[in-house]
Design a protein around this ligand. Sequence first.
Ligand code: ZN
Length: 572
Amino acid sequence: MKSYLPFVLAFAALLCTFSCTPKPFQEGADLIFKNGQIYTVDPDRRSVQAMALIQGRIVALGSDSSLNAFITEGTEVIDLGGKLVLPGFFDSHAHPVSATKQLYEANLYNLHGITEIQAALKAFRADHPEAKLIKGRGWSNADFPKRGPDKKDIDAVIDDIPVSLSDEGGHAKWVNSKTLELAGIDEMTIDPAGGVVERYEASREPSGALREDAAGLVADLFPYYGFEELKKGLLAYQEMALAFGMTAAHDAYLDVGIDEVPAYRSLEKENLLKMRFRAGLYVDPDQDMEQIQALIDERDADEGQLFRINSAKIFIDGVVEGSTGYLNESYDHLPDSKGKLLWDVERLNRVSAQLDQENFQIHVHAIGDGATRVMLDALEYVQSQNGIRDSRHAITHLQLVSPKDILRFHDLGVVALPQPYWFKKDSYYYNIQVPYLGLERADHEYPMASFFNAGVKVASSSDYPVTIPCNPLIAIELGMTRQEIGTRASSDVLWPEERVSLAEMIESFTINGAYADFLEAETGSLEVGKSADFILLDRNLFQIPVTEIHQVQVLATYFQGKPVFKSVRNAF
Ligand SMILES: [Zn+2]
């Protein structure tokens, strides 16, 4: 108790200064959680038994007996039954707003083969007989290597209205002949600068897959969602995220001028947000400096507490499955191609420097080692122009990274945002990465330990809805094993040297996520003065076999000291 008293006094004083209805700590804590194993993720990585809260903030941590002084008549005491408590999880790169699509589109996730997909489309149409168009998502590129899927396979079940189906990564659309016809895409169509219209072999006839910017050719046929639909989608996302133990997420890609940002802001005003969101606005490689003022205006229009725009999203390349990820050396299956860099380098430097100047965190999609290098060069340029400051720019995905570039993340203060869910030898590895990249590169995908070893801040993420389910406990296991759940052979491990520890995985989903969004003074660890954002798990991750971590259940999620999710199995 003694050692915490100065903090408590200081905090009580702070409350009296800043809070409109101060509650002196002498009245005791509102809530005490005791008899737990509270892994605080503080700088010493301490574990404690008990935690006391006043008005949603942590005022003391310690042993059960040390917190007795905080118990008064009005204090609720919750016995944790020896269970593990962690800070709430952060998902540092996700697309919560895309949950709207999950609500309104044909769901093709985890379906394989034409027959299953056709059956799903037929069923969706039967459920939506009035539909004038059909959108869907979730097909896997691993099932359609090279040219991608065929328009005729959709035509066979729906040929009278337009159909557009996104792949699970959101980098390609599979459309039917009706869509191509209405959009006027044919033999004469020229591929747009940042995209590919796939065509039949030895022919110019479009075969049905539109990659990257080529998807824009059909955008007018498939209008985007409105305000109410987006709000519903966000609430559905939040419910799912809280059940997975998340108390914060970074929505990496919102567009200016549509209802996405207003939907978030409206939910915050209605007090419907029960977790923190930080977000990034899309930066268009086809525009120059003239687009930046609109990003600033959108960011500064309203500074919320729970939802706030802090970053600008740059796509520097595409993806390996589309042969559009930008590589240092050519693709194995396309010896003349290194993929696609989506930005002109001089423009990238210029726009990045201005975004940095305007206090945007630059949040970058980079898949290929070439793309990451170009972006690090750009951030080096930014630093040479604007000086060294705590800017916390971030690069996500990081499928291939040249070992030479790892230390540059540290030197430039760039945060690495990997998706450990993808650290495995799955059908993507066998059907796409090995044939497209060659074994040597396929076996050196997705570094993680190297980043930690170089002192880089690493924050984990799911890229939801690219990853479904986006359950951080699955990613924690995969970050430690780097192999598909259920496989045991050592040959199934993807780049064994890059496995990391449980403590590092937890750090990457908690305090480092907070760091990536400049939130580490407020949340991300359980320390005196911070918001009480935490989760209770049914098993202690430190005491079970690694291969069982994905089965662990979140019993409860607390945000700002209030329960925002309780599992049906939760006895507390
Ligand atoms: Zn993403």
